[in-house]
Design a binder for this molecule. Sequence first.
Ligand SMILES: Cc1ncc(COP(=O)(O)O)c(C=O)c1O
Length: 400
Amino acid sequence: MPLLSAAIQRIKPSPTIAVTNRAAALKAAGRDIIGLGAGEPDFDTPDFVKEAAIAAIHAGQTKYTQVDGTPALKAAIAAKFKRDNGLDYGLDQISVNVGGKHTIFNAMMATLDPGDEVVIPAPYWVSYPDIVLLTGATPVIVACGIDAGFKLTPAQLDAAITPRTKWLIFNSPSNPTGAAYSRDELAALAEVLVRHPHVHILSDDMYEHIVYEGFEFTTLAQVEPALYERTLTVNGASKAYAMTGWRIGFAGGPAPIIKAMAKIQSQSTSNPDSIAQWAVTAALNGPQDFLIERNAAFAKRRDVVVSMLNQTPGLRCPRPQGAFYVYPDCSGLIGKRTPAGGTLTDDEAVAAYFLDTEGVAVVHGAAFGGSPAFRISYATADTVLEEACTRIQRAVGKLT
Ligand SMILES: Cc1ncc(COP(=O)(O)O)c(C=O)c1O
């Protein structure tokens, strides 16, 4: 009898975490490495949020809380959904979890059986297919290419839905491409979803607050109220509030799904960290103006990276409207010869070449189901980004 389960053998470790770890190991070994693999802001958690956590410790908020979130945090989340998204959720429609990844994990574990299908537009965030695979359900990947702005079209969505489709996992602004859907684009997708009432929607809005040029963020349950009853709107503190390490994600959605998620949580992690919950309560209830300042910094960095990559022969880099990633196409590099005599056969080889020759860590597109390309996280200092792009240009310049 094999030790490891069939479920664990269906999945792989997170490739983005793997790249981050590899870059850290090389750095520890003394190499000059620039890591552009990690999906986290380089900004610090705001001071008022840290203070709230310290106050919570002093106030003795260090015990078990309600399994799926304190009433205070749920109230702050309900207020956030109302304020930012025009969505009304009662406290029994809100789940608080150990990061957004855990929110998605619980939702899928609570609802999927073998044979169920989940539509996932690609390029996708690395964890979606593997979480689905762990449940025994089947990810149905829909390729959305660079020429479509990496966006799912209504016709593609319609064609991907079968009687077995249980969920669409939808993410805007997107990790890894930064693509952000307009209200009209969402309305066109919603029109298809309205025609398929058995399909639920997981709207992953993790990058809601990281948008540029006055882009108006909207979410599916808001754009099409007919979808409210079958949409789980997922969000979290990690990206907007630079709180990746605190591990708080949350969702608003149908009470039966929320209740089932709490059941799983009650038998696994129990409540998310009590102190982090108080910190996120403060983050959601507190001033939000620092987001604008940080977005301005992100936009500047994006422009530097997009411009430098587009000046690199063989790369083609769209200019995204959200998140802090760019996703350059590298088909022009495939088949090229490296100075060491190797051939760049795919985007994994391209990423390995950048790391080996110039010490720049990026994540290959195959990890996100969209090749040949790679993802750069530009949530790092301007000077570091310029140096990284200069190194990429130098590495490309040596190819024949
Ligand atoms: C699209 C998307 N959803 C969810 C998450 C999960 O975030 P968390 O760190 O809160 O688990 C991430 C993090 O990278 C993400 O990029």
